[in-house]
Design a protein around this ligand. Structure first.
Ligand code: GUN
Length: 723
């Protein structure tokens, strides 16, 4: 079809060989910005596909394309198939012409109608073939709907039958991209079965099915459980669609768990009975004096004026309002991913509806996790569950936590005790507990009473304490931070009110923190640094110690050792050897810029913004030479741990890629032969050829399972190649 509009050009088709591929271009934990390659354009995700009823078009599809910039929509092939006139036109001119829309068109199969009306008349292969014949971009197989009131046996039968239909449907699709829905009702083990089974077939997208009645009942806790069980068991290289999920209130939490596509009939259905969608719930127009948000659709009219309009006119305005709000919240989610703030957005939205809050609390606290303070708030306690499910959920939560990137640039604004359970903070804490090692045997000094940067208050003081045997920590709202890591995100970047820092330290909590850090049976000495007056005098008086001489170099060396151990996974004594007699170039603000070892090699450069560390060629070469593990072959099962002391993860690339990597080009998916099981997004990795020779180094973009399954996009951002 030639698109007639001159307002917004037709989409560019993807390259033929890329059709159906999904590329992750940016991530925030499991949330991702992706590109789905189709014949009618490269769809940017996460995104919303408005539902078009071919019989009742509340907003014209071409307006969706031109005015709203909507890249994809969804309609129902069964409705078209049942309607002689529509069917004839669709078969003759194609679905894009029928709907007068040039972008990506997804169609559903009639499964939902079978749920609503009991049955459908169409065959499993017929409906897929029909979708192919009318030229849809993404078709849907006829899955078997699983209702929340069905028994385990009934649901299992539906899951098995859906799986049974998979290959037939893919054959009937004849190359058209196909949706393979995940069913399983409210039974996590059946969701797992469905997700694993469907992943084995060549579907392009996996919708999560059977969730409409759950959302209608506001049973968001079940929705979250379904999402976790399904998503964590699906192959990560395909987008996940939330069937029938169009309420913007739900977007942030689902996006944070890895949802990529949503569809919404809600914008039109709610408009018909005078309801407005907002990111915080639903509001009725009936007695409204003011708009809850001013959207373009209602600029210049009052709710009272809209109420007095004809039903059709009113429905159109409200549908536009709802669509605009929905699109806006989706943009907000995408931007939050870019900003590394998707979890915070979900956290914020969780306060908007009691059921959503319950779901969120379940998510962050169930089960109590070993690394975290088990439970802090009473409402958290109320939402906690125990029992047989515990093991599975624990793994699901791990899946979320270990996909996070940390350290990050930017602040973590304090949002109450929820902050403590943000998965990126949990990741940082778990890594610290797993890798950090104490090198002292004396009492513990806990500095408290002030927010970062602490070095401005106690940098000089700690230069004096460095030659004593005291172990130094900062007491922060998200846990104890070893002094050597004083500038590390997130601890150093918690932004909160004064009282948060001024609270009296909770010593029993501090004790438990120390135990997690491997320190037991040591005395804790607290030291308030809120007032810097006579700080040194007070400190040494408290310790009954003559003021030792300042040894800045030693403090900097300790800092580097701790960064190597925690962030580059170097074994503790090896890190000390590397940093022995090192020299430092400093920034104007007295922070380490570069570290040069005793042989004069510049090995590492701390990253000042987030307290991380960068390698140089010499640094990468040294760490490569220290490796004791074998060359990784293939892709291990993802392990939710940190493998302390094994060095930065290796990624093995095939021979075709080697010359490009040596020139400093990125490692692309499809060229990776193997990875270490402790590889994590955004961590430093060493890139080697199949013989284990170092060819470059950089930062991973992916988790182990993404490395194993992805075929398009950047796998590792190469920092430098080694010629
Ligand atoms: N629309 C809403 N839920 C479903 C589902 O479970 N399957 C299909 N095919 N379409 C849906």
């Amino acid at each position: 079809m030639k698109w007639k509009s001159d307002i917004r050009p037709e989409p560019e088709p993807c390259r033929e060989q890329d059709e159906g591929k999904f590329e992750i271009s940016y991530r925030d934990g499991q949330a991702r910005l992706g590109k789905l390659h189709t014949k009618h354009g490269i769809l940017q995700t996460p995104c919303l596909l408005p539902v078009i009823n071919p019989n009742i078009r509340t907003i014209e599809p071409n307006e969706m394309w031109n005015k709203y910039g909507i890249q994809a929509l969804i309609t129902n092939s069964y409705v078209i198939w049942k309607h002689d006139e529509l069917k004839e036109k669709a078969l003759a001119d194609g679905v894009h012409s029928l709907l007068d829309y040039p972008g990506v068109i997804m169609t559903d199969s009639g499964t939902f109608q079978s749920y609503v009306y009991g049955d459908v008349e169409v065959g499993v292969e017929d409906i897929v073939k029909f979708q192919n014949d009318i030229g849809v971009d993404i078709a849907t197989m006829l899955d078997v709907f699983t209702r929340p009131d069905m028994t385990f046996a009934e649901v299992e039968e539906a899951v098995d039958e859906t799986l049974n239909r998979a290959e037939k449907s893919l054959t009937a699709a004849n190359g058209t991209m196909l949706n393979g829905p995940i069913q399983g009702g409210i039974f996590p083990e059946l969701r797992v079965k469905s997700a694993k089974g469907m992943s084995e077939h060549a579907f392009s997208v996996h919708p999560i099915g059977g969730i409409v009645p759950i959302m209608e009942n506001h049973n968001y806790r079940d929705l979250v459980k379904i999402m976790l069980a399904s998503k964590s068991n699906l192959t990560p290289n395909r987008p996940v669609h939330m069937f029938g999920c169009g309420h913007p209130m739900l977007f942030p939490m689902l996006v944070a768990m890895g949802a990529d596509l949503f569809d919404s009939a809600a914008y039109a259905l709610f408009a018909r009975d005078g309801r407005l969608l907002t990111p915080w719930g639903t509001e009725r127009i009936t007695e409204m004096e003011e708009w809850p948000i001013l959207m373009p659709a209602v600029v210049g009219v009052t709710p009272a004026e809209v109420r007095s309009m004809s039903k059709d006119e009113r429905t159109e305005i409200l549908a536009k309002f709802n669509l605009e709000v929905t699109l806006q919240e989706m943009s907000r989610c995408r931007q939050a991913i870019r900003d590394g703030k998707i979890w915070q957005l979900a956290e914020m939205r969780s306060h908007q509806h009691p059921s959503l809050r319950q779901a969120f609390l379940w998510l962050i606290t169930n089960p109590a996790r070993s690394s975290m303070e088990p439970l802090i708030l009473d409402d958290v306690t109320a939402s906690k569950e125990t029992g047989s499910e515990k093991g599975a959920w624990e793994e699901n939560w791990d899946w979320l936590v270990y996909s996070q990137t940390s350290p990050r640039i930017g602040s973590e604004s304090w949002g109450g005790f929820d902050t403590y359970h943000r998965p990126q903070i949990e990741l940082a804490r778990r890594r610290l507990f797993s890798r950090w090692k104490s090198n002292k045997t004396g009492d513990v000094i806990l500095f408290h009473g002030a927010s970062a940067p602490w070095r401005e208050r106690i940098g000089y003081l700690t230069d004096k304490l460095v030659n004593t045997d005291y172990e130094l920590f900062v007491y922060t709202p998200v846990g104890l931070l070893p002094w050597g890591l004083e500038d590390l995100n997130p601890w150093a970047h918690i932004e909160g009110p004064d009282w948060l820092w001024k609270r009296r330290p909770d010593l029993s909590w501090a004790q438990r923190e120390l135990e997690r850090l491997g320190i037991t049976d040591r005395k804790i000495i607290t030291f308030d640094i809120s007032d810097t007056e006579n700080l040194h005098e007070k400190m040494f008086k408290k310790l009954s110690l003559d003021e030792p001489k300042r040894d800045q170099n030693k403090r900097l060396t300790e800092q580097m050792v701790q960064k190597l151990v925690v962030l580059l996974n170097v074994e503790n004594s090896t890190a000390q050897d590397i940093c022995d007699d090192a020299t430092f170039t400093m920034s104007r603000t007295e922070r380490i810029r570069n570290m040069t070892d005793k042989e004069g090699r510049h090995l590492f450069s701390p990253r000042l913004a987030e307290g991380g560390i960068s390698l140089t060629i010499d640094g990468a070469t040294l760490l490569h030479s220290l490796r004791k593990e074998k060359i990784p072959i293939g892709f291990p099962d993802e392990e939710f741990g940190f493998c302390p002391g094994k060095g930065p993860a290796w990624i093995v690339v095939n021979d075709d890629a080697v010359p490009y990597i040596k020139q400093g080009r990125n490692v692309m998916h499809g060229f990776v032969e193997g990875v270490d099981k402790w590889l994590r997004p955004n961590e430093n990795v060493l890139i080697v050829d199949t013989n284990g020779n170092l060819v470059g180094f950089g930062r991973s973009n992916s988790t182990v399972s993404e490395m194993a399954s992805s075929t398009k996009g950047i796998a590792v951002k190469t920092r430098e190649g080694i010629r």
